[in-house]
Every structure is written in structure tokens, then in C-alpha cells.
Ligand binder design. Structure first.
Ligand code: NAD
Length: 351
């Protein structure tokens, strides 16, 4: 099966996404995806950008994340519902579409729950490549839920991090994470507090889920020279770091108009200076320039990362069979005769 037929839309189900990731290998998938993300961030100015469109409710949020580079258009539907976990469901679940700008026709429909975890981890690791101290090999991961293993594997694949210090308020989450990462070359310590987890860590990843202003890291927990990868605070009213940490850090964000609403920096004044990740990647602004500097990637997840992920998956489908053919595009014999197509179907059904 190939995707040469323009009248079908390839659809990547959760099962096919898992098979695709396993065919390619998680490490290679993450490093390849990181290349696509860097390519797209380097052509940042070309993209049509907007903060995601969020519909908030008491228990969570549903968001649409669109962007376009003028040739391709992509969007993701994603939710964030911390209470879902207690009901045996995912906190975050997503799907996305890639379309051809020239015709407006969709070119790909895919699950994006697994893909979001992969793109979030790849983006975090790409940012850390520019910001983390040289030779970083030890990372604390606070919050050991669905995203955590992907973060660990991306940091190993892109930076060589091979020592993990895990902490979660629920120890079974840390045990699950440690067990899933067994045999992948990590030296893993399960810690009993956040304070213990950050001891000796060059990189601190916070990836907890709670719809509130939380203080996962207090100021005294963060020593000089550390890189913080703050992933979990990604919604208005939802943060993980004490404000004082922000005041001591070089803060790097994806897209300021979105991060000011959703990221850790919602705790700061609207004009507080931040650096944009694309500026660091293109060398317009230095990444880490002092070993004692505290760097903070205030990650909220931006549409261009999803666009890169959609583009990467679409390219993989050119040479794999990991998709179904979706009959999503009406294709009457004569383009204006849409109703006639309905009549011909009625005649066929009656025959
Ligand atoms: P999850 O619900 O699967 O896991 C969250 C974990 O955090 C749970 O194991 C929970 O016990 C733990 N936790 C909660 N409060 C804690 C605390 N105070 N200290 C230590 N651990 C605590 O969620 P997930 O899918 O792993 O996502 C984690 C967070 O990352 C969510 O808030 C989600 O919205 C966010 N996220 C951000 C991005 C991004 O691009 N920045 C992408 C995906 C998810």
C-alpha cells in the first residue's frame, strides 16, 4: 500500500502509531523527530503563528493548535484533564491533521497521544542541547506519569543522560517508570522527596499534572548551573515552580504570546524579558554562556512541534504500511454534482 492515491487520506491509528514507533525504534524516532523540530524552528519567521485556542472547564481544557508554513497546514486537538488518571483514563489525549495548503485537502489524520509524548520529549531534549551544562548525565524527573519515560529516553538519545532520579507523590508511578526503563541503560534511583531527587542532578525535569499553582520546586532546591525542563505547567492557573526560581533563571520559551498565558512566566509581569527557543537555535541569542547560570525551558507545547511531528509521520508513511485508507474526501464524477453522487448511491443501494 502507498499513499500515491490522492483520494484517500492516510489514517494512523494508535495501533499503527505504536507499530511505526517500534519499527523505527523509540530512540531513532526521537532523534529523527528532533531534526524535524529543529528544521522548523530554524524557519520560525515563515510560520503562521497563534496561541492555541483553549476551551477551559472545571476539570480540564480542550485545545486546538493550528499552524502553517505556507505549503502545509497542521492542527492538533488535545485535552488536559488531570482527574482522568483517577478514572483510568489518560490526562492528555490527542489527534491531528496535516493538510495541503494549495488544495486545502487533508493529507494525514493521525492519533497524537503517543506522538505528543514523543514530540514533547524531543523538544525538551533539543532545548537542553543548547541550555544544559556540558556533560550533563544526571536528570531528576519529578512526576513519573505518561510523559516521563519519553523524556528520559529523549535525554539519553540526544544528550547522553544515563542517570535518573525519580520522584512522584505516588510511588507506584515511579516504580512503573523505573520498570519500563529497565534494560535501556539507565542507572535509576527512586527518591522519597523532590528535594532528594534534585541532589546531584544537572537537569531537573518537572512533569507533574495538577490544575493549580503548585510548588514542585522551591527556590532552595535549585543550585547554580542547573538546567530546568519545566513541562507540566502548561495552562492558565497551573504552574510548578516557585516564582523566585524564575527570577534567578535565563528563561527560554517557545512562543511568548502563548507562554505568557500558560507557562511558568504567567507568574511574572507581562513584559518580563524572555528568550525564544528559535533565537537560541539560530544563534541570534546565546544559549548557556556561563557554567553557573540557571537555565529554564518553560515548555508549554507549541503548534510548530506538532506540525514537525505530523510532517515526520507523513514522510515515514511514504515507505511503510502503517496506516489505513480513510474515505474522508467526497469525490463526485463531476465536482459540482455532489447531490448527483448521493442519488447514484441511493440507486446503487436500491439495486
Ligand atoms: P500524568 O497524569 O500521566 O502524570 C502526572 C504525574 O505527576 C502523576 O504520576 C502524579 O502522581 C504526579 N504528580 C502530581 N503532583 C505531583 C507532585 N506535587 N509531586 C510529584 N509528582 C506529582 O500526566 P502526563 O501525561 O505525564 O503529563 C504531565 C503534565 O505534563 C501534565 O500537566 C500535562 O498537561 C503536561 N504536558 C505538557 C506538555 C508540553 O508540551 N509542555 C506536553 C504533554 C503534557
Amino acid at each position: 500500500m502507498t499513499i500515491a492515491n490522492l483520494n484517500i487520506v492516510p489514517f494512523v491509528s494508535v495501533e499503527n502509531m505504536m507499530k511505526l514507533v517500534l519499527d523505527i525504534g523509540v530512540d531513532r524516532f526521537l532523534t529523527d523527530l528532533a531534526v524535524y523540530i529543529e528544521e522548523d524552528f530554524r524557519r520560525w519567521e515563515l510560520f503562521d503563528k497563534t496561541p492555541r485556542v483553549a476551551s477551559h472547564s472545571h476539570d480540564g481544557v480542550i485545545e486546538l493548535m493550528p499552524t502553517s508554513d505556507g505549503q502545509l497546514y497542521g492542527f492538533k486537538y488535545v485535552n488536559g484533564h488531570p482527574k482522568n488518571m483517577r478514572e483510568g483514563r489518560q490526562t492528555v489525549t490527542a489527534f491531528g491533521v496535516l493538510a495541503d495548503v494549495g488544495s486545502g485537502y487533508p493529507m494525514l489524520l493521525t492519533e497524537m497521544t503517543i506522538l505528543t509524548a514523543l514530540r514533547t520529549a524531543a523538544t525538551s531534549a533539543v532545548a537542553a542541547k543548547y541550555l544544559a551544562p556540558k556533560g550533563s548525565d544526571t536528570m531528576a524527573i519529578i512526576g513519573n506519569g505518561a510523559q516521563s519515560e519519553f523524556q528520559a529516553i529523549a535525554f539519553k538519545a540526544l544528550l547522553g543522560v544515563n542517570k535518573l532520579r525519580l520522584y512522584d507523590i505516588n510511588i507506584s508511578a515511579s516504580r512503573k517508570c523505573a520498570s519500563n526503563l529497565k534494560g535501556l541503560g539507565f542507572d535509576i534511583a527512586i527518591c522519597t522527596s523532590g528535594q532528594e531527587a534534585v541532589e546531584g542532578a544537572h537537569i531537573i525535569t518537572t512533569v507533574t499534572a495538577d490544575k493549580q499553582y503548585a510548588t514542585i520546586l522551591t527556590d532552595n532546591m535549585v543550585g547554580t548551573g542547573v538546567h530546568i525542563n519545566a513541562v507540566g505547567g502548561d495552562c492558565p492557573g497551573k504552574t510548578e515552580l516557585h516564582r523566585d526560581i524564575l527570577l534567578r533563571s535565563k528563561i527560554v520559551v517557545e512562543y511568548p504570546p502563548q507562554t505568557r498565558i500558560e507557562g511558568e512566566i504567567q507568574q511574572l509581569a507581562a513584559d518580563y524579558p524572555v528568550v525564544e527557543l528559535w533565537q537560541v537555535m539560530t544563534g541570534k541569542v546565546a544559549g548557556r554562556h556561563d557554567p553557573s547560570e540557571i537555565t529554564l525551558f518553560d515548555s508549554v507545547g507549541f503548534a510548530i512541534e506538532d506540525f514537525s511531528a505530523l510532517r515526520y509521520v507523513r514522510d515515514q508513511l511514504l515507505h511503510t504500511k502503517r496506516f489505513d485508507e480513510l474515505d474522508l474526501l467526497a469525490d463526485p464524477d463531476e465536482p459540482r454534482d455532489l447531490f448527483g453522487m448521493l442519488l447514484r448511491q441511493a440507486a446503487k443501494d436500491a439495486a
